[in-house]
Design a protein around this ligand. Structure first.
Ligand SMILES: [Zn+2]
Length: 328
């Protein structure tokens, strides 16, 4: 299938040109289909770059929305995608690097309450637990500290408007899994499996597989090339995979040590193609793209090395790219 059919960030025809700057057009209606994936933010790394914002993806199952990661800009992109926080079913955090969680608490703090279709129900947040090496906070700790840090605001808003205290609406859960896909969440719409992927020096980074009755969507999280991702994504409809172009960073003058570090914790486009083929997925979507600036590496230059190893559908992600599984 021609990848351009599914790379238009606004779902309005083909787009082979890189998006030159931050997307600002509203998408509103996401279209039909019982299972939709919206790449809200597609940038790698914490430093704000033009053209792409922080890592976040929405998996929309009917009228329920699930988020995987909430990097900077996630809340804004969520709104731009026409999604309502009232429909947020859960959040799955791959790991606790800032480029994946910078907007996690903002999502709740700024999108809380019955006004403006905000969060008015309990939302589960599932992610890695504390680092045992230094006892730094895990996912539950991150949320707990956020509730404390913004206690004045939350208290005032609870007293002056008809809403439930935010602490009662958030249920954050730490998970600890190894490299075997393990169920970590289930509700009436989805079942989620997680497995540890190699993203050193973090003690735990997760990949996810979200299963629905309309298809399965897998997420590599941040990872070096890994058979664990291929296992999580086995025969999935869509694999959202991180990607980093080592050539770009080499040409930028990175030291051999730094290049080795990047290679040990991220995946090249050639390797993404190999993992997608090994998994036998229908579609692989590149997200968490490094370098994030679309002018630095063109869509064609991202796609070509992936295509060398994978014959299926390839989506070069941009913020607000919408992907529908072929069979849905
Ligand atoms: Zn990252």
């Amino acid at each position: 299938m021609n990848a351009s059919l599914c790379t238009d960030p606004f779902g309005a025809g083909s787009s082979s040109e890189a998006v030159p700057a931050d997307a600002v057009r509203l998408t509103g209606d996401l279209g039909d289909g019982p299972l939709r994936v919206v790449l809200l933010g597609t940038a790698a790394g914490p430093y704000p770059a033009p053209g792409r914002q922080g890592a976040a993806t929405a998996v929309v199952v009917g009228d329920r929305v699930y988020l995987v990661d909430a990097g900077y800009g996630a809340l804004r992109k969520y709104a731009q995608a026409g999604l309502a926080l009232r429909d947020l079913g859960g959040v799955f955090v791959t790991h606790l690097h800032s480029d994946h969680v910078a907007d996690l608490f903002n999502l709740l703090l700024l999108g809380w309450g019955p006004a403006n279709r905000g969060v008015d129900h309990q939302v589960r947040i599932v992610g890695p637990g504390p680092d045992p090496r230094d006892s730094s906070a895990g996912t539950a700790g991150l949320v707990e500290h956020g509730l404390s840090a913004f206690g004045q605001d939350i208290g005032v808003r609870t007293r002056t408007s008809p809403r439930t205290h935010l602490a009662k609406l958030v249920q954050a859960e730490d998970v600890s899994v190894e490299s075997t896909p393990t169920p970590v969440y289930e509700d009436d719409r989805i079942r989620v499996l997680a497995a540890a992927v190699p993203h050193p020096p973090l003690h735990l980074a997760l990949g996810f597989r979200i299963e629905t009755e309309h298809g399965a969507v897998a997420f590599s999280g941040d990872t070096a090339r890994s058979r664990v991702v291929a296992e999580l994504a086995a025969s999935a409809d869509i694999l959202v995979h991180e990607v980093m172009d080592p050539t770009y960073y080499r040409d930028l003058g990175y030291s051999p040590e730094l290049l080795d570090f990047l290679a040990a914790s991220h995946t090249s486009p050639q390797e993404v193609g190999q993992v997608a083929a090994e998994a036998g997925v229908e579609c692989v979507a590149l997200s968490h793209i490094g370098p994030p600036d679309p002018r630095a590496v063109t869509d064609d230059d991202w796609e070509r090395p992936v295509r060398a190893g994978f014959r299926g559908r390839i989506v070069v992600g941009h913020d607000l790219t919408r992907i529908l599984p072929t069979r849905s």
